[in-house]
Design a protein around this ligand. Sequence first.
Ligand code: C2E
Ligand code: MG
Ligand code: MG
Length: 656
Amino acid sequence: MRALIDLFRLDTSDAELARAQFKSFSRQMPLLYAILVCNALAITITYADVTAPFSTLVAPLAMCAYALQRALWWWRQPTAAATLSDAKIAYYIRRTCRLAVIMTLAFEGWCMWIYPAGNAYAKGNLTFFLGLTEVSTVFCLMTLRAAAMRTAVACTLPFALYFSWVDQGQWLAQTIVLCLVSTGMMVVTLRYNEAFSQLVRSRATLRKRQLETEKLSEENRRIAFSDPLSGLPNRRELLARLDRLESRHDLPANTLAVLFIDLDGFKAVNDEHGHQAGDALIRSVCLRLSQHCPPHSTLARVGGDEFAVVIEGPDAESSALILGRALLEEIALPVLVDRHVLQVGGSIGVAANTDVEGRPRELLRRADTAMYHVKTRGKGQVAVYDVGFDEGRLRRLTIEAQIGRGLDRGEFEVFYQPIVDAQSGAIVSVEALLRWPRRPEGPLPPDEFIDIAEATGQIHPLGLFVLERACRDAALLDGLKLSVNVSPAQFRDPAFERQVMHVLEQTRFPPSRLQLEITEGYLLANPERVVGAVESFKAAGMSVALDDFGTGFTSIHYLRSYGFSHIKIDKSLLTGLAPGSKATMLVTGAITLACGLDMQVIAEGVESEMQANLLRAAGCHELQGYLFGRPMPLEELQRARDIARRAAGETVRLVG
Ligand code: C2E
Ligand code: MG
Ligand code: MG
């Protein structure tokens, strides 16, 4: 029973469904009123009687006028439906339900009122149009279940009661038919409504999903085209913008420039202070770069520590150069992260569309190449692209591939250069120097491939290979000390200390015979790390020497604080060594100072007796250079040592 009552209940709680119902039936409403008017007029024509003007003329005409006014109102609604509030729609639906029943009853009441006055033809006409009105009303309101059901009942019940009884039941058959039709219509209405609300609901779900998908794809787009750390456009977005510029064929020469920026020393920050500190540094650099870039320029983060700026305007090349220099200063400003002062530098390449081939995407490549050129020439500069840079880069890329191949094939070898005691001339130590026969292209000196291996990370396997091989070889050189070069990248690696200890364990080489050499340039950039590493190596019994002293800017006194036990004077300081020359005074001063600070001094690149004598006189402890022996394979060194031992039997005791 409750379920039956529910079929007649009006429910506007589902706003989405109510709106859809309103939209659907409001389109039918003018038609419904038009049918009502026509049917009323059709009945009026057969019943018009001047003797009873109120019931046969005034009443139907008043009903028609009201119906027309309602039709007009509904006519305007479909366009307004989208702007109506949910509450308004619910109100109109409730009103329609009410009015549908009232109008139906009014029409039916009027029909029953005038029915007795008609002849047989008029009566037949009236019952036909009354039935027709009911059917069309229910059909027009079908999407609004409550209204359709109530109308069907409100119309059928009085009809059945009245017409099964009036005129000795002559309309009984028609009444039964109408009752059956009404029941059928109600069943159809229920089914149709069910399908309709299901459709509306699935459409709503679909729309919700579509909105979610759109939101998701917008988010995906944002992620795909921007860098999550800085919020700046990423490489993909930059390329898209460059492509848009590429399609513009009206770009005058030298109006577009690209700057490619790479941070110097960022990897060290990450290694030593962790990725969080690295991220904070990147964010701070991004902020400063974006504050300095001109309006309408594009600043993008194209890699971990790589950025690109695209600028447009007259004389783009010069503007980019000026901007590049300003950005370098900004990048170099120290940043405070977690009570650590972090500092990085920058290398910048610039390329402008000064020639026809300088299309936007090509400019990015050129600026990158120019940046790469800066990297190989000491960093911290801005360089404008030159065609020659491409050759250099290609060469470096080729060497990089060859190093990889060389490592796989075990092509690398280690040579040893003797280091002699300055006073006795006896070999006291050897420096391990990497050699690469590089087959089939021919040998390549370490100066030309070590920095490439550093940049690519290949220095790690290469450096470990040298250390291990040298320790195994030097174990055969009874009592000699061994010096091994360590590149800054290895020194930076927190795992390096552990790796060295592991090699020493494996080769059983005594730590006290091992000396690590590190170049001066690295000290300035990473003082904290150097002090820590030197300390731990010394604690393990090794000694650490500062290589190539004189090529950097560090004072000897400053070096003392790092804890180095030895310094190696670079060969460049030895050129011009002659009695009484300025070079001699300089080297002598440096040696005196180092000795005063308890550091041993080794001079490298000694080629003449005169240089050796001057260095000896200045107090230098050990000498290394072609004068005493070139770098040579282990066997050759052993042979040379044997010959030297035989020639001066005494010396053996000194070094053994
Ligand atoms: P370095 O460590 O300063 O090594 C000394 C360089 O001077 C060696 O060059 C050596 O052959 C050269 N030399 C020695 N005596 C003389 C001389 O009397 N006159 C002249 N003109 N040169 C002399 P090499 O072997 O070409 O190595 C160059 C640089 O490559 C080394 O400089 C070192 O920085 C680097 N290197 C070599 N092997 C390794 C290695 O295994 N690991 C790392 N990280 N670097 C290495
Ligand atoms: Mg060295
Ligand atoms: Mg050196």
